[in-house]
Design a protein around this ligand. Structure first.
Ligand code: AMP
Length: 118
């Protein structure tokens, strides 16, 4: 069973922000912003590559609720999902990083030439 499935099953503790029938949101253990929450579906989906449109629709509503819950919806926030090796995905269970609580910088993404791919 994957790490986030264990968190859903409460086999591993987490600091829960919001939970419903389909989704769970909890604090990231290694925060990269004053607010750093992970939102995940309760069914196991490997990554954004595999998620259905139907689940993504519900997930979007849940993410907005989380932002309201922690009062960053008005000040602004960032939603990120890492996909696969180049995306930097470490946990193979679909998750959305919800980052906010301060003005976020637009960072350095790679050492490769940003104009080099196409
Ligand atoms: P990613 O690199 O997109 O796969 O992100 C995985 C995230 O999960 C990282 O930001 C980690 O800090 C976070 N993480 C790993 N283990 C835990 C845990 N037990 N509880 C909360 N967050 C975790």
């Amino acid at each position: 069973m994957c790490l986030f499935c264990k968190i859903i099953n409460k086999e591993i503790p987490s600091n829960v922000i919001l939970e419903d029938e389909d989704f769970l949101a909890f604090h990231d253990v290694n925060p990269k912003a004053p607010v750093h929450i992970l939102a995940i579906p309760k069914i196991h989906v490997d990554s954004f590559n595999e998620v259905s449109g139907e689940l993504m629709g519900k997930m979007s509503s849940f993410i907005k609720k989380v932002a309201q819950e922690v009062k960053i919806d008005k000040s602004g926030y960032r939603v990120i999902t890492n996909i696969g090796e180049n995306g930097g995905q470490e946990v193979q269970h679909l998750h959305f990083h919800i980052l906010g609580g301060a003005k976020l910088s637009w960072g350095h993404f790679s050492d490769a030439d940003p104009k080099g791919h196409f």
